[in-house]
Write a protein that binds this ligand. Structure first.
Ligand SMILES: [Zn+2]
Length: 148
């Protein structure tokens, strides 16, 4: 990495590409070394210019808001809600997760709304567990090209 690129990364305050300004960025599958990591920087990849660049970890982290109707009486409530957060780790931008229970039957209807996309899911009672939730959400985010 050039000193110039390092400096631009260190000074960046918004989750955008430091080279072209695009907000379509994602965590790179190829991290920088330990030294860069100690500076609080993470390797990101721009989906527009395809280049890799550093961003401060705090700047790039996604912000996740969750609106959930899973009742407190569900022993898996917190594990499941956490699974949504985990799946979104490393995806930049602000995300809202809405979990509703279908009016008929007992399926869950889930919408993940990101900076420019909305992903919809329907979970059958058999799928209403943390492992399955994380699996399906991570897979959908990969298909959208939002994470590696
Ligand atoms: Zn770029």
């Amino acid at each position: 990495m050039t000193p110039g690129l390092l400096l631009r990364g260190l000074l960046s305050r918004i989750p955008a590409c430091v080279l072209c300004g695009s907000k379509l960025i994602r965590l790179s599958g190829r991290p920088y070394g330990a030294l860069i990591s100690r500076l609080g920087l993470e390797a990101y990849r721009c989906k527009r210019c395809q280049r890799r660049f550093p961003l401060p970890r705090r700047v790039a982290l996604s912000e996740v808001n969750i609106q959930s109707v899973i009742p407190e009486s569900n022993p898996q409530k917190h594990a499941i809600e956490h699974a949504f957060h985990r799946a979104l780790r490393g995806v930049s931008g602000t995300w809202t997760i809405a979990i509703l229970i279908a009016p008929q039957g007992n399926r869950w209807l889930v919408t993940l709304r990101g900076p420019r996309e909305a992903l919809h899911f329907s979970f059958s009672p058999e799928e209403q567990n943390a492992e399955r939730v994380q699996e399906r959400v991570a897979s959908a985010l990969r298909t959208e090209g939002l994470c590696d």
